[in-house]
Write a protein that binds this ligand. Structure first.
Ligand code: SF4
Length: 92
């Protein structure tokens, strides 16, 4: 059972696209369906480093996406579960 304690709409996860490999651990672990696995939108690819763009091109830009950030309860399960350490929590 999770130890989620914050009200929704206060904290949201932020995914670092240069680290995310789309393994979907966050999708599996979040009790509130905050994440989905999808394709990083083109407008979110600007400003990324060369190696990130190479990786994205090779894997079709498959990434974890924050689709319901307003439902986050700040339990931290996704931060711990992510094998790439790609997730941090931030103010919503
Ligand atoms: S901290 Fe992560 S696992 Fe917990 S509710 Fe928020 S998005 Fe879901």
């Amino acid at each position: 059972m999770s130890k989620c304690s914050e009200d929704p709409g206060v904290i949201t996860p932020v995914i670092d696209p240069s680290r995310c490999d789309g393994k979907a651990e966050c999708v599996d672990v979040c009790p509130y369906d905050v994440f989905d696995l999808g394709i990083l939108p083109p407008e979110q690819r600007t400003g990324l480093g060369f190696m990130t763009k190479v990786k994205g091109t090779l894997n079709g830009w498959k990434q974890g996406l924050v689709v319901h950030g307003d439902q986050c309860r700040a339990c931290g399960l996704c931060v711990v579960a992510c094998p790439e350490k790609a997730i941090r929590l931030s103010k919503y």
